[in-house]
Design a protein around this ligand. Sequence first.
Ligand code: AHG
Ligand code: MN
Ligand code: MN
Length: 332
Amino acid sequence: MKTLGEFILEKQHDFPHATGELSALLSAIKLGAKIIHHDINRAGLIDILGENGHANIQGERQMKLDAFANETFKAALEARVVIAGIASEEEDNLVIFGKDRATEGKYVVLMDPLDGSSNIDVNVSVGTIFSIYHRITNIGTPVTEQDFLQPGNKQVAAGYIVYGSSTMLVYTTGCGVHAFTYDPSIGVFYLSHENVQFPSIGKMYSINEGYYSKFPMGVKKYIKYCQKEDEKTNRPYTSRYIGSLVSDFHRNLLKGGIYIYPSTAQYPNGKLRLLYEGNPIAFLAEQAGGKATDGYQRILDIVPQKLHQRTPYFVGVKSMVDDADRFMAENP
Ligand code: AHG
Ligand code: MN
Ligand code: MN
């Protein structure tokens, strides 16, 4: 039985920067995860369900737990001196942790503190997503927005926590994907899945088919392809959609599947946010032998223009994403 802390120490050499920094960063994430786990498991008993009456900068109604998770992770990350500041789906602007940290902090963290918030009130699993970059401006000068608007291929670490039938933390530093299951009785994450890889052949597709009529033609045709019988390629695929990217991705990673959130009439640029959802999950997907695109190009190569930028999203087993991309290219 190996703990997350022991595993990180052992793999220090995975992290090209100084000793102890990844431990400090991930231990902040680990602490936030334990607090959220604790509260989610008492949802219904304490006052954390429902909306809080506010909207975030993207006009989405905030749930109480969105705001609580945001504050929890913000406080945990602020306590680590290596972090200059954060960007969050629930914050209008960058949060820089004071003057000294702005100049001396080496890392920036971007996060979706609570993913799948529409599932909270009905006891369905939700998640947290995080993405870590080394700053590109010089230490000694204040960190700038430029440090946060890096393409995903510059991430030094990324991961998610899924609060499901058990709570798991899954992360990568670019040397494979490793998953840890939380034992709440003693408050420890144990290594449960080392070097996770997508199955080579997929069998599930995940998309909100309620919006079918609003999808691009390539997606419509790909859905029909998924439903068509063909023994050689394992079709028809089975359909699974939770409505929480973390949970849908986690299942597809272990069982073999594709997740799609394309552009729609309501969301012409897609719904998912490139920096908080798209990039970290794409980094994990590629490290697990999968693929992530916007239907045409690699997610990790997109140069972000603004913090809350959205992107159409196709992620999962490589051969499945290849097929979906082909349908997109053939049906402009
Ligand atoms: P969030 O709760 O962080 O706003 O993210 C929700 C996202 C994603 O997790 C999920 O897959 C998708 O929105 C669901 O959207 P629809 O309800 O439109 O299918
Ligand atoms: Mn989300
Ligand atoms: Mn969210």
